[in-house]
Ligand binder design. Structure first.
Ligand SMILES: *Cc1c(COP(=O)(O)O)cnc(C)c1O
Length: 226
């Protein structure tokens, strides 16, 4: 199947999952994860209506960014080195992967130098896995409170990946735990604006939509295997 059919299938499945959960499919933003995908394929997806793209490496993102029209929106979804922040800060629409204090401080500094407030999501290590980036669930509120005090940051929500599993249903308890964390931060942490709830990938995006995600990040199901 080509990108056209893939995109259509993903959109239909998102709409189905939204309806099952009594949600408006229009409230869910699809980020086409284009890491390691060629500029030709990204351009094709863009022409088919995909406007949000996800990249996880700064160099690759910068190279691709200049090839697409200015209304393409780029989401940074990977581990971000502090020395790359200044290079991407003005070109990225949303950083999904705020995962440590030093990065929060660097993004804030760089944003202030550019007279902007950078919208970011806090990445949560929802499975508590030792080999994964992200803030541990029981530290998210205090981390969010600290980050919200930085002048150049705008805390816009949370991002997570469920531990990998063949069965999409295995992700559901993690997504539920994320939903409860999201609510907790929104209600208890001053200075945050919790708008975006980014979770769900090729293997589990329908479950993520059923559990409240409003940004899903889908690569393989759109572009094929990497
Ligand atoms: C690669 C990646 C995705 C997309 O994964 P697929 O399984 O190809 O849909 C989503 N989120 C993050 C953070 C990723 O690194």
């Amino acid at each position: 199947m080509g990108i056209r059919e893939n995109l259509q299938e993903v959109r239909e499945k998102v709409a189905g999952a939204a309806r099952r959960a009594g949600r408006d499919p229009g409230d869910i933003e699809l980020v086409a994860v284009s890491k390691s995908v060629s500029i030709e394929k990204i351009t094709e997806a863009y022409a088919l209506g995909a406007k949000n793209f996800g990249e996880n490496k700064a160099q690759e993102f910068l190279r691709k960014h200049s090839h697409l029209p200015a209304d393409a929106r780029w989401h940074f979804i990977g581990h971000l080195q502090t020395n790359k922040v200044r290079k991407i800060i003005e070109k990225v629409h949303l950083i999904h992967s705020l995962d440590r204090v030093a990065l929060a401080e660097e993004i804030s500094r760089a944003a202030e130098e550019n007279n902007l407030r950078a919208p970011v999501l806090i990445q949560v290590n929802i499975g508590g896995q030792g080999d994964r980036y992200g803030i541990l669930p029981d530290q998210v509120s205090s981390f969010a409170a600290g980050a919200a005090r930085l002048p150049g940051l705008e805390i816009k929500g949370l991002m997570a990946m469920a531990p990998w599993c063949e069965d999409p249903e295995a992700a559901r308890p993690y997504f539920r735990k994320m939903a409860s964390l999201f609510k907790q931060v929104k209600e208890n942490v001053p200075g945050v604006s919790m708008e975006y709830f980014s979770m769900g990938m090729t293997g589990d995006y329908q479950v993520a939509v059923e559990e409240g995600a409003n940004i899903i990040r889908v690569g393989t199901a759109i572009f094929g295997p990497r």
